[in-house]
Design a protein around this ligand. Structure first.
Ligand SMILES: Nc1ncnc2c1ncn2[C@@H]1O[C@H](COP(=O)(O)OP(=O)(O)O)[C@@H](O)[C@H]1O
Ligand SMILES: [Mg+2]
Length: 308
């Protein structure tokens, strides 16, 4: 049995289709709330963690912690979890993502972590404008705003538009303006690049037409983003950055990831976001000409066959 832990039902249908196409036994477990006996028996099979780091925006903040505890118990008992506790710790912390990327020599935009609204103005003086803000835990463009000068930032911090991050941790980050007006996301499953997609950034950091997500979450499956926003990115599997991503996933026991980078005017590629849920929508799949969920189903099938 494949036990799928999820919070956002909108993300399930493409996965369900891929698992069913292979005739795999699976069940979906809504992990937004619930209970389990800590010393109880663990059902046989493997576990697929599809918990959303933005669950709190749907009223399920507790689910994020619930899954963390659950993964700990599952792994304590030797269960195989696809995207288990270590990758999940990275999923919910951009600060830890950045530190881990940096350690492996992967270029990231300069970043300052800030706790305390009253610290933001002072911390921002360490940044050169333009810079952007984002929330440590998010995944759908939460708190992502561009500031072209410090005065605008100071006003924002004092205004009603300011939003406290879920875990209290803000990021101030160098803004890497892409001359291509696009970012790239590389999808990795089971140690291999599946495909890479380019997504236009022209809509800025405002709400996307899907309403349910923000434009930062360009790969959200909710709603139909226009296909024209996406294009397959011709990036080779032996590109040094792709190889670095695969080594990164291997080192951090990440089974499934979509890793985003932006190419600056200096021609360098800055990595800024790792997503453990491949949430591409049908527009992306159409543009890439691939079924991104099929490799995840194949991974689950292999793990089921080989046991824990
Ligand atoms: N340092 C940066 N420089 C330029 N654009 C950025 C930077 N960080 C984020 N962005 C833009 O904002 C979007 C959302 O930011 P991201 O870090 O991916 O947050 P989320 O986890 O919410 O997706 C990105 O897809 C990109 O378009
Ligand atoms: Mg992102």
């Amino acid at each position: 049995m494949i036990h799928v832990l999820y919070e956002n039902p909108a993300w399930l249908p493409p996965l369900a289709t891929a698992l069913d196409a292979r005739g795999l036994p699976w069940r979906a477990i809504d992990a937004s709330t619930g209970f389990f006996e800590v010393e109880g028996d663990i059902p046989a099979g493997i576990w697929l963690n599809r918990m959303s780091p933005s669950a709190h925006t749907r009223g399920h903040a507790g689910g994020i912690h619930y899954v963390r505890e659950w993964l700990g118990v599952l792994e304590e008992r030797g269960a195989r979890v696809v995207n288990g506790s270590h990758s999940y710790a990275l999923e919910v912390s951009k600060v830890r993502q950045h530190a881990a990327l940096h350690t492996m020599g992967i270029l990231t935009p300069r970043t300052v972590a800030v706790v305390g609204r009253d610290q933001l103005v002072a911390a921002s003086r360490q940044m050169e404008a333009p810079f952007i803000t984002k929330h440590n835990q998010g995944g759908k463009g939460l708190g992502v705003q561009l500031f072209r000068d410090h005065d605008a930032f100071d006003r924002h911090v004092g205004s009603e538009a300011y939003e406290e991050p879920m875990d209290g941790v803000h990021l101030l980050q160098a803004y890497i303006e892409p001359p291509s007006r696009s970012i790239t996301r590389v999808e990795i499953v089971d140690g291999q690049m599946m495909f890479a997609m380019r997504s236009a950034t022209d809509m800025g950091f405002e709400l996307c037409p899907a309403d349910a997500c923000q434009v930062g979450d360009a790969f959200c499956p909710v709603g139909e983003a226009p296909t024209s926003r996406f294009a397959a990115e011709p990036i080779e599997a032996d590109d040094p950055l792709v190889r670095a991503y695969i080594a990164f996933c291997d080192r951090h026991r990440i089974d499934v990831a979509g890793i985003e980078f932006v190419t600056g005017a200096d021609g360098r590629r800055y990595t800024y976001d790792i997503n453990m849920n491949t949430n591409y929508n049908s527009a992306v799949a159409k543009a890439a000409g691939v079924d991104g969920m099929a490799p995840i189903a194949a991974l689950c099938e292999r793990l089921l066959a080989t046991g824990r």
